[in-house]
Design a protein around this ligand. Structure first.
Ligand SMILES: [Cu+2]
Length: 155
């Protein structure tokens, strides 16, 4: 194992690069953590974006809209159980109370992207508008996740 120190250094630098890429984007009251877009299935123009929003301020924030040059339209969606099935439902607003965080994650709340741009696009810049906390802009890497349940969960 002569190469161990070098291997370790490579791993550490890879971890470090991964960390700074996933970094925190601070804007106003709300901090965005670990945003990513699920790469669309070939032939589909819909997908979802996930992230965690942390509101460390003393101001309640209501998310009112989201947009990106990467997608024609973005809606806030949640999943509800109905008739034994998981269905997605658009929600008009998402509240991020003072001192709390809200996770957009697979199987729960998510940003639904419609009319996605195709091509070799590494990341999407997304802006979320709020009522009293300004606009939250962040860059989300586009990741292909093979293990996601098929389009059965989709509209
Ligand atoms: Cu959805």
């Amino acid at each position: 194992m002569k190469n161990l120190p070098l291997t370790l250094a490579l791993i550490l630098s890879a971890l470090w690069a991964g960390h700074s890429m996933a970094g925190h984007h601070k804007k106003g009251a709300i901090e965005v953590d670990m945003p990513y877009v699920r790469a669309p299935v070939p032939g589909h123009s819909m997908s979802a974006a996930f992230l965690t929003l942390n509101n460390a301020s003393e101001q309640d924030c209501r998310l009112t809209a989201a947009s990106s040059a990467y997608a024609k339209k973005i809606e806030f969606h949640t999943h509800v159980h109905q008739d034994g099935m998981m269905k997605m439902r658009p929600v008009a607003n998402v509240d991020v109370a003072a001192g709390s965080s809200v996770a957009f994650k697979p199987g729960g709340l998510h940003l639904m992207l419609f009319g996605i741009k195709h091509g070799d696009i590494p990341s999407a810049k997304i802006t979320i508008n709020t009522d009293q906390c300004g606009d939250i802009s962040f860059t989300a890497p586009i990741k292909s996740i093979k293990s996601m349940p098929a389009e059965a969960m989709h509209h």
